[in-house]
Every structure is written in C-alpha cells, then in structure tokens.
Design a protein. Structure first.
Length: 274
C-alpha cells in the first residue's frame, strides 16, 4: 500500500519518538528488554496511530479495539505508545520498573491505563485475545482484537492450542502479528527450537496467513486491511523484523534481548535516533 506522504511522515516520526522513549526508559531503569521492544516499534506505531479505534480519554471505552502484547517483556514499546497516544503522561515513562510505578517490567491490566491484559508468562496472550474476540462476536460488537507474539514465544504449546481454538471459532475479528526477528533469549530460534516453516504451520492450523516487512508501514497497514476483509478465520501476519531495529549496535545482536544500555550507550543510541 502506498501511504500518503503526510501519513508516512507522521508514522515515521512517531516510531522514532517511541524508539527514543524505549532507550531512555531502559537506561533510566537500568534493566529491561530493548531488542524485542525495538523490533515491534513500527507495528505498534501503525496500530495505535493509524489502525485502532481508541479514545485516550476513555481507555476502557466499550467499543475500542483491543491490543494484547503477548510477549509482555517488550512492554516498553507499549508504554511508549500509550503515552504518546495521550493515555497517560509521557513524563511517567521515566518511572519504568521503579517502586510503586504503574509501569512495571511486565504489563499490569489492573494498574496501567490502556493495558488490556497482564502478560509476561509467555504463551498466554493469544488465548486471552481469543477470549476478547469471541466475546465481541457473542456481544455483536464490531471491535477488533490485535495481538503480538514473539517468535521464541511460539515454542510454548499453549500458543498452538489457542491457534486451533481461534480457527475453530472462526475468529475473523482477530489479527495476530508474529515478530519474526529470528532471535530469542538463548540465541537463534533455529538453534534453540526451530519452529519453521512458520507461514505453512499457521495455514495448516486454519489461519489466513500474510507475510510482510515488519518495518514497512505500507505493508503493515495493507496487511491489516486484508485481515479485515477475510471472513470466517483469523489472520496471522508474519512480520519479518530486525531485533534492536534502529540502534546500530543492537541490531541482530542476541545480547540485547534483556540488557539495558549504559548512559554512554543510550547517548549513542539517541543520537542515531535523532
């Protein structure tokens, strides 16, 4: 999809701001997960600033679209998007992982406005998203549910149980993104527990499957539109991404899965993201 120049520029600016927030938050906290937060920044930006129906003044608005971050350790990207969308103050991002902060190391739906599901124990987010999508159908609501899964996360058996259930119940109001950056905490996904071929597996489970460049806003939004047109089954968007995207020394480096940048490294990263 060819985006209007204005729209593309707005999304690129938002994604850059979100990446800067991620780096600053983690450097301030001294802990967290930069690699997988940066890899999905463009997807999350497209959803919150172009795709999803949300009302910053009413985070619990009944007609809103729902977003579930199944790979909950990547919550810095979610917090940054929620703050930029106006759901809570940007200044609050500095409290990441601090005592009594609403922004803990994994999302908490009971404490943080805009968080739909508490996640962090990997493999559970898709099942929760299924429940939201099924509830929407039963209640005859037209909201849609979006969920982001990690490529290491899909080692979890519960993911595949949920995949079967989503197809069985024909959850065509559910769209999943697979953050296919090729790396998980212990190394390459191909070495740790090879789950490929991914598009073929999801198709075999009854899903509509699309493959995109997860850093191309036109492709992200076009895939979402195709998902909306698909009836009778859920859609899986396999997004080819780069772990640590946007920060040269973090890109494709497994060591940045769960290590926060030092002050000097953060300064370098922010300069690259200026």
């Amino acid at each position: 999809m060819e985006l209007a120049a204005e729209t593309k520029a707005m999304l690129e600016d938002k994604a850059k701001r979100i990446r800067r927030h991620i780096v600053s938050m983690l450097a301030e906290a001294g802990s967290g997960h930069p690699g997988g937060s940066l890899s999905i920044a463009d997807i999350v930006t497209a959803l919150y600033f172009q795709v999803m129906k949300v009302d910053p003044a009413r985070p619990d608005w009944e007609e809103r679209d729902r977003f579930v971050l199944s790979k909950g350790h990547a919550c810095p990207v979610l917090y940054a998007a929620l703050a930029e969308r106006g759901i809570f103050p940007v200044e609050e991002l500095k409290t990441l992982r601090k005592i009594n902060s609403r922004l803990q190391g994994h999302p908490d739906m009971k404490k943080t406005p805009g968080v739909e599901m508490s996640t962090g124990s990997l493999g559970q987010g898709l099942a929760a998203a299924n429940g939201m999508a099924l509830a929407g159908k039963l209640d005859k609501k037209d909201y849609r549910v979006y969920v982001v899964l990690g490529d290491g996360e899909i080692n979890e058996g519960m993911i595949w149980e949920a995949a079967m259930a989503a197809a069985h119940y024909g959850l065509d109001n559910l769209t999943a993104f697979l953050d296919f950056n090729g790396l998980q905490i212990d190394g390459s996904i191909r070495e740790v527990m090879n789950s490929e071929p991914l598009p073929e597996k999801w198709a075999a489970f009854g899903w509509n499957v699309l493959t995109i460049d997860g850093h191309d806003f036109g492709e992200i939004i076009a895939a979402v539109e195709k998902a909306k047109e698909t009836k009778g089954r859920p859609t899986m968007i396999v997004a080819n991404t780069v772990k640590g995207k946007g920060v040269s020394f973090m890109e494709n480096q497994v060591g940045w899965h769960g290590n926060a940048p030092s002050k000097e490294q953060a300064e370098q990263a922010l300069a690259e993201l200026a």
